[in-house]
Design a protein around this ligand. Structure first.
Ligand SMILES: Cc1cc2nc3c(=O)[nH]c(=O)nc-3n(C[C@H](O)[C@H](O)[C@H](O)COP(=O)(O)O)c2cc1C
Length: 314
């Protein structure tokens, strides 16, 4: 049997494989130079970028749990113009090698998202935009945009108006009906949905008798969130017709296959990249091996397979 085909089609971009670096865990794509070959990924999503530079939260910003990570980075970034001036020119070779580059954007207001989208449209150099509706670290915006279908659709519609680039919308995970929010984003012009972002979390320092993280609260990622992420991806897949990108606790190929089986077209890996420099290779190789072992010649043949095999609505 020939090597199974693991190319996947997202709106406006064909990925050479379905493995994507999750925003905030692969910097602006250049920090891992000489350490981690970025060209292995089907796509990389750059760190959350805002209109103006942000300093982020005070330290400590990271806490390891028995099965995950809590971060409170707080969207530290140099602002959209610096990302264009300093980082994106260095990523054009990577794009030529076939790895797509997607910019993750965040804002405090609808106008801010819109302004960033206009700059992206004008300056190009990227293959798509991921709109973060769900950062739990920042006091304004973030979770509010993603927790309400009307506000979410306002953000998406305003980004859509300003750009012809593919628009992926990254949803807030802790909401009453994530499928409804995903559907309103699709109706507002989203090309794809990604889910999930981190779950809100706190850490207590019992010696100092106060909250541990400098920003107060943070976002939980890693293995601990995978079962919840799978359920939310299912809830989205059942409601939308656009592709869904699954994310949350993917550490190995089995985890990635689970997301594809609940209907994800592609997967993002974040915390898993911090665990081993081999994670991406392992996931890609494991995926190919699995497809061969079940005699499937194309990854699309297992996408959403649990729905063919009796899965029903919750
Ligand atoms: C240190 C760190 C920084 C992150 N920064 C962002 C960000 O800027 N924008 C965003 O949309 N998600 C951000 N995330 C969330 C990840 O992209 C991902 O959705 C989440 O970590 C769940 O995936 P994982 O369990 O594979 O890490 C960040 C996660 C971590 C661990």
């Amino acid at each position: 049997m020939e090597r199974p085909n693991i190319n996947v089609e997202l709106p406006g971009m064909r990925l050479k494989n379905p493995v994507i670096a999750a925003s905030g865990t692969f910097g602006f794509g250049t920090e891992y130079d000489g350490i981690y070959p970025a060209h292995l990924f089907g796509a990389i999503i750059l760190k959350g970028t805002t209109l103006k530079p942000r300093d982020g939260n005070p330290p400590p910003r990271i806490y390891e749990t028995p099965s995950g990570l809590i971060n409170s980075v707080g969207l530290q970034n140099p602002g959209i113009e610096s990302v264009y001036d300093e980082y994106l020119p260095k990523l054009q070779n990577l794009r030529e090698s076939g790895t797509k580059v997607i910019l993750n954007i965040a804002g405090d207001t609808v106008d801010e998202y819109e302004a960033i989208a206009s700059i992206c449209e004008e300056r190009g150099m990227i293959d798509g935009i991921e709109v973060n509706l769900s950062c739990p670290n920042v006091k304004k915006g973030g979770v509010n945009f993603g927790s309400n279908p009307d506000i979410a659709s306002k953000v998406v519609a305003s980004v859509r108006r300003k750009t012809t680039l593919p628009v992926i919308v990254k949803l807030a995970p802790v909401v009453t009906d994530i499928g409804k929010i995903a559907l309103s984003c699709q109706e507002a012009g989203a090309d794809a949905i990604s889910a999930i972002n981190t779950l809100p979390a706190v850490v207590i320092d019992i010696d100092k008798q106060k909250l541990f993280l400098g920003g107060g609260s943070g976002g939980l990622s890693g293995s601990a969130i995978k079962p919840f992420a799978l359920m939310q991806v299912m809830n989205i897949v059942k409601r939308v017709s656009i592709p869904v990108i699954g994310c949350g606790g993917i550490m190995n190929s089995r985890d990635a296959i689970e997301f594809i089986m609940v209907g994800a077209r592609a997967v993002q890996i974040g915390t898993g990249l911090f665990v081993s420099l081999k994670t991406v290779e392992n996931v890609i190789n494991g995926l190919v091996e699995y497809l061969s072992s079940v005699r499937k010649d194309n990854i699309s043949q297992i996408e959403g397979i649990i729905f063919n095999n009796g899965a029903r609505s919750f």
